[in-house]
Design a protein around this ligand. Structure first.
Ligand code: FES
Length: 252
């Protein structure tokens, strides 16, 4: 297969970027999008052109490192990560535009690589359980209803890729934060720190410059893990309750 690529090239975080044209030739239909870029980079290196810098790690849809906006959509067409997108989803001869994830809180580092450490700082603000968890307990030793377990599992599916914030016109990270708050807050192990967690994570999210949710649902549409936007409403309720406890001087 052959494709015409328009790729965002940017020397570093201080330089201006621009879309540059490349041709991807002899691409197998079963190559993944990242493998297609590997092939293009091999040919660029042979011509003494700096290869296109992009992020990847697992290439299995698990780590959330790959972060390309393809034809204007984070992770491109379909419902998966960039590394799980295959070239057979495009037509031979297509023009494909490749840009970084766009959000103020994700500054471009180089080409299509963005700095998503804002997400790490949000996790550091409360996205964990500080109680010693010890070794794995026997199955069913902590009774949790199937409804709660399923919901917590849906939230835990978030891989922190940042597509939600990149797709949102407000640059909101509320789907990501609500997934982490819900995943931990629903389970007995996470409940003791739930108030502190939601206050810390939401405040850090605001500090990082992410916008607010105004119900576009673009986040839900592009989330490769299928995290539902309903978790945002749940997080807002948890945040309001924790704020009121804090204002009333109750320990959170
Ligand atoms: S490289 Fe890990 S999810 Fe794509």
């Amino acid at each position: 297969m052959k494709f015409h690529l328009k790729v965002w090239r940017q020397k570093d975080s201080h330089s201006e970027g621009t879309l540059e044209d490349y041709t991807a030739e002899n691409i197998p239909a079963d190559a993944s999008f990242l493998e297609m870029l590997d092939i293009v980079n091999n040919s660029l290196t042979g011509k003494d052109v700096p290869p296109i810098q992009f992020d990847s790690d697992c290439r299995e849809g698990i780590c959330g490192s790959c972060s390309l906006t393809i034809n204007g959509v984070p992770h491109g067409p379909g419902r998966g990560t960039t590394c799980q997108l295959y070239m057979r989803n495009f037509r031979d001869g297509d023009t494909i535009t490749i840009e970084p994830f766009r959000a103020d809180a994700f500054p471009v580092q180089r080409d299509v690589v963005v700095d998503r450490s804002a997400f790490d700082r949000i996790i550091q603000a409360g996205g964990y359980i500080s109680e010693r968890s010890g070794s794995a307990p026997d199955a069913n030793s902590v009774p949790i209803s199937k409804t709660i377990a399923d919901k917590a599992m849906d939230a835990a599916a978030c891989i922190g890729c940042g597509a939600c914030a990149a797709a949102c016109p407000n640059g909101s990270a509320m789907l990501f934060v609500s997934a982490k708050v819900t995943h931990l807050g629903l389970l007995p192990q996470g409940k003791p720190e739930a108030d502190r967690r939601v206050l810390g994570m939401v405040r850090q999210m605001d500090k990082e410059g992410f916008g607010n949710c105004s119900n576009y649902y673009a986040c839900e549409a592009v989330c490769p893990a299928g995290v539902p936007a309903a978790f945002i409403g749940r997080m807002n309720r948890e945040f309001t309750a924790a704020s009121m406890k804090e204002m009333a001087g109750m320990t959170v």
